[in-house]
Ligand binder design. Structure first.
Ligand SMILES: C[S@@+](CC[C@H](N)C(=O)[O-])C[C@H]1O[C@@H](n2cnc3c(N)ncnc32)[C@H](O)[C@@H]1O
Length: 302
């Protein structure tokens, strides 16, 4: 598969328009992934713009390094959680940042070919960690959490209405058949727990359970909360904060954080979504929402 097919950066033109990178600016990409957005930001901020790119996934980082090699020391690669943005930028010696982009969630590389069990298609080991250096795997969580804890994870992180019967089935299954190790085992348990008539029409019956587990394993909402708060502190007056989300839990958090932060002025009253042409060639764009805020200039601005 060609790189472009494997991962098309979502809302690429819109991101560049709103982030408005300029020569000499300092930009942070919290989700380098395959480096698609980063590449365009570096092109637009040539010849002297700088980009600090975070990604905690080793495979993603390796691909981004390859793709962005031609920009030399204009790029700083950081294999860390973006929630460490404040400490990391202080360590690297960057004061004010001119723009910050988050493109949350998974890359198609992780979803399709990582072998870490992010997808309900196929049969892979149940890991789901984007950063394999730490934390518990999805299998650890499924095999050790109590029934109520599992039900809460599915309900709150997946907005799954069948959370309770699914959790009950998982607990029964691990008692009768032994621990969960593979994605196919989990899919079978979900299918067995949800009566046919409650299977959703547009998505696979296990979609929300997979989303919920991934969010829990990677502590995605905690990390987002932190970067929404600390990200504002690293930005210079007039800098733009752009966030692309893929589900309603994240979008709600971004909307609330932007609206309630005194230092920010919201530039997108309604989120920007992909047009039909982009959705036609990239299904991932279907659920993408971009929100943008600007740091108020206050007394410091020109
Ligand atoms: C949707 S992809 C980014 C795609 C990228 N914008 C591009 O143009 O190719 C999301 C990436 O963010 C990374 N990621 C998710 N949460 C992260 C976190 N808390 N810290 C660092 N990287 C994270 C994932 O490993 C993944 O590679």
């Amino acid at each position: 598969m060609a790189e472009g097919e494997l991962h098309r950066p979502v809302l690429l033109d819109e991101v560049v328009e709103w982030l408005a990178p300029v020569d000499g600016g300092v930009y942070v990409d919290g989700n380098l992934g395959l480096g698609g957005h980063a590449e365009r930001i570096l092109e637009k901020s040539a010849p002297d713009g700088v980009l600090v790119g975070f990604d905690w996934d080793a495979a993603a980082m390796a691909r981004a390094r390859q793709r962005l090699a031609r920009f030399g020391d204009r790029v700083h690669f950081v294999r860390r959680n973006f929630a460490t943005i404040k400490e990391t930028l202080a360590e690297l010696g960057f004061g004010g940042v001119n723009g910050l982009l988050l493109d949350l969630g998974l890359s198609s590389l992780q979803l399709d070919v990582s072998g870490r069990g992010f997808s309900f298609k196929g049969d892979e080991r149940l890991d789901m960690r984007m950063d394999e250096r730490e934390g518990r795997t999805a299998a650890d969580l499924l095999n050790s959490a109590g029934q109520d804890e599992l039900a809460d994870i599915f309900y709150y992180y997946g907005e799954e209405r069948q959370a309770r019967p699914i959790a009950a089935r998982i607990v029964a299954s691990r008692q009768q058949e032994g621990p969960f190790t593979s994605t196919a085992q989990l899919v079978r348990a979900v299918e067995a727990a949800v009566p046919r008539r409650f299977h959703p029409k547009k998505i696979h019956v296990a979609t929300k359970v997979f989303q919920a587990l991934r969010i829990a394993v990677n502590r995605e909402l905690e990390n987002l909360e932190r970067v929404l708060r600390d990200g504002v502190e690293v930005l210079s007056p007039g800098a733009r904060f752009c966030v692309i989300t893929f589900h309603s839990l994240e979008d709600r958090m971004v909307k609330q954080a932007f609206n309630s932060h005194a230092a920010l002025r919201v530039l997108t009253k309604k989120p920007i979504v992909a047009g039909p042409a982009e959705v036609a060639v990239n299904s991932r764009a279907r659920s993408a929402k971009l929100r943008v805020a600007e740091v108020r200039r206050g007394d410091h601005g020109p």
